[in-house]
Design a protein around this ligand. Structure first.
Ligand SMILES: [Zn+2]
Length: 200
């Protein structure tokens, strides 16, 4: 599951460079009132092209969840669980799902994210299994779980690092996007820049 951010890009790089697994990389266009879908889409397109050119071939697909008419913003990890289930069923022989969740960034409440995500997924996947669809056993992988954000930024090639997008509330500037500089992911990127004394 690929968002175009730092963490899932690091997952993609690890799986492409450290395994010979057949990969299906899937991006969800999260359309909601944050207005981040187009900025993420641009990053995703660029990262996928870069990885195809510099690593190896992989399948790529995307889908859209459009909640732009709602005031409430759906929880990302629930959206990911829902779409991952449909993608797993759509991918013959799929028995693993990789996500870019990090342990060290999670506070006490969010530590249950991984378990909750798998629980939501399992309830949906079970509906398919009763229809004899999907692999009987499916594993969740967390390839960058033990890494810190600065470690992740350090492991990405510089060109690729600069293609990633983190901001949740991009500012439109003509046909371009600028990070808002104030949302939580923007603050995280600023602290990575400070820690590594690089500009990202
Ligand atoms: Zn931001």
């Amino acid at each position: 599951m690929f968002s175009g951010g730092l963490d899932s890009t690091a997952v993609l790089v690890r799986l492409l460079s450290e395994t010979a697994d057949d990969l299906r990389v899937h991006h969800i266009r999260m359309v909601n009132r944050e207005g981040r879908a187009d900025a993420e889409q641009r990053a995703t397109d660029a990262i996928v092209a870069w990885c195809h050119a510099h690593y190896r071939a992989f399948q790529y697909s995307q889908s859209t969840l459009d909640f732009s008419c709602l005031e409430a913003i759906p929880i990302d990890y629930l959206s990911v669980a829902y779409v991952a289930c449909q993608v797993a069923i759509d991918t013959p022989g799929c028995d693993r799902i990789a996500v870019g969740t990090l342990a060290r960034d999670l506070d006490e409440i969010k530590r249950s994210v991984c378990a909750n995500q798998r629980r939501v997924f399992a309830a949906m996947y079970e509906c398919y299994l009763t229809r004899k669809l999907g692999e009987p056993a499916l594993e969740w992988l967390y390839p960058v779980y033990a890494l810190t954000k600065p470690q992740i930024a350090s492991m990405l090639p510089a060109d690729l690092l600069h293609l990633t997008w983190s901001c949740r509330r991009p500012v439109h500037e003509g046909t371009n996007f600028k990070p808002c500089g104030t949302c939580k992911p923007c603050a995280a990127r600023a602290s990575i820049s400070a820690a590594l004394t690089i500009s990202i």
